[in-house]
Design a protein around this ligand. Structure first.
Ligand SMILES: [Fe+2]
Ligand SMILES: [Fe+2]
Length: 314
């Protein structure tokens, strides 16, 4: 059976403590064994990889839980290590964030599951000082595999950054924004994988199913005890549009809660900049250009602030 591989940020590897698992490097579309799990890792070997431009190494997905545990237990040291770049630290945090999102998506009915997302955001702040840090981080997500998890993490990071820039929100105030964005598409669990990954145009029935995901996600999270109104509105209203053409409630202009308006901009941008089965990813400037062509869909002030952050060549 073909192996699946999961990326690990090279800088997160401490040779002495890293689990004894096989490590691979990616060359084009191929994965080549770099070290057999039974042989020792050396700092000089890792440094040679770094010097040759390698940022990620890969493990067989059957080892990814063990490696995740290693990353989680070393998170404090990684984040406090001055030799590790901000981008590498952000990627390590993104890795944990995606795994927390994955856990909720895999078992949303588990009691207290949303609390894991909240406690991650309560305890950790991304190392993003300016738009360049943000853009660099967002550009690295293509290394990861599961679309919904990486999309949800990207939307969360961008939405928190925009709220911080636009409203000067504190880290505590950003937590419900991040939780809502991490889980905004959880209603897609009710949409089959075949529909989600379909290359052709959706049938009217399939389209209806997809359009139901904000309501089903909102209901699901409400039932399992997510009560923060900001988080819930980001789930329910991220497909509402400023000119009233969105769904599910066809809200108009400022009837749409402001965090959901910003969430909508981040959601569209992050979807456009990621490869999908039915179209390739758009580069950032092209994605902003596409959105500008439909700018009536978004709050004008929030859209211009967003375009300034991404940089649209204007
Ligand atoms: Fe959505
Ligand atoms: Fe989305």
């Amino acid at each position: 059976m073909a192996k699946n591989f999961s990326p690990i940020v090279l800088d997160s590897i401490e040779p002495e403590y890293f689990p004894a698992v096989d490590l691979y490097v990616k060359q084009g579309v191929n994965y080549t064994l770099y070290r057999n799990g039974e042989t020792d890792l050396s700092e000089s070997g890792l440094e040679r990889l770094r010097q040759s431009g390698v940022e990620f190494v890969y493990v067989d997905s059957c080892n990814s839980d063990e490696v995740l545990l290693y990353v989680e237990s070393n998170l404090k040291q990684i984040c406090g290590n001055e030799k590790i770049s901000r981008t590498s630290k952000n990627l390590v945090l993104s890795h944990i964030m995606m795994s927390d999102i994955g856990e909720v998506f895999k078992n949303p009915a588990r009691p207290g599951i949303c609390a894991k997302c909240r406690s991650f955001l309560d305890q950790h702040e991304f190392f993003i000082d300016d738009r360049l840090d943000l853009l660099e981080l967002l550009s690295k997500f293509s290394h990861y595999e599961v679309y919904l998890f990486k999309h949800s993490a990207q939307v969360a990071i961008l939405a928190m950054y925009m709220h911080r820039k636009l409203f000067g929100m504190t880290p505590e105030e950003l937590v419900p924004i991040g939780v809502g964005a991490m889980l905004h598409d959880i209603g897609m669990l009710d949409v089959s994988y075949d529909i989600h990954e379909k290359r052709d145009t959706l049938t009217p029935q399939e389209y209806l199913r997809v359009r139901h995901h904000p309501r089903s996600g909102h209901k699901m999270l409400h039932q399992i005890g997510l009560s923060d109104p900001v988080s819930l509105s980001m789930v329910l209203d991220h497909h509402e549009r400023y000119n009233g053409t969105g769904y599910p409630r066809q809200l108009y202009e400022n009837e749409i809660p402001k965090s959901a308006q910003i969430g909508a901009i981040c959601d569209t941008y992050c979807a456009l900049t990621m490869d999908r089965p039915y179209r390739p990813a758009s580069p950032p400037v092209e994605a902003v250009r596409i959105m500008r062509g439909e700018k009536k869909l978004y709050h004008p002030g929030y859209f211009e602030a967003f375009a300034d952050i991404i940089g649209d060549g204007d």
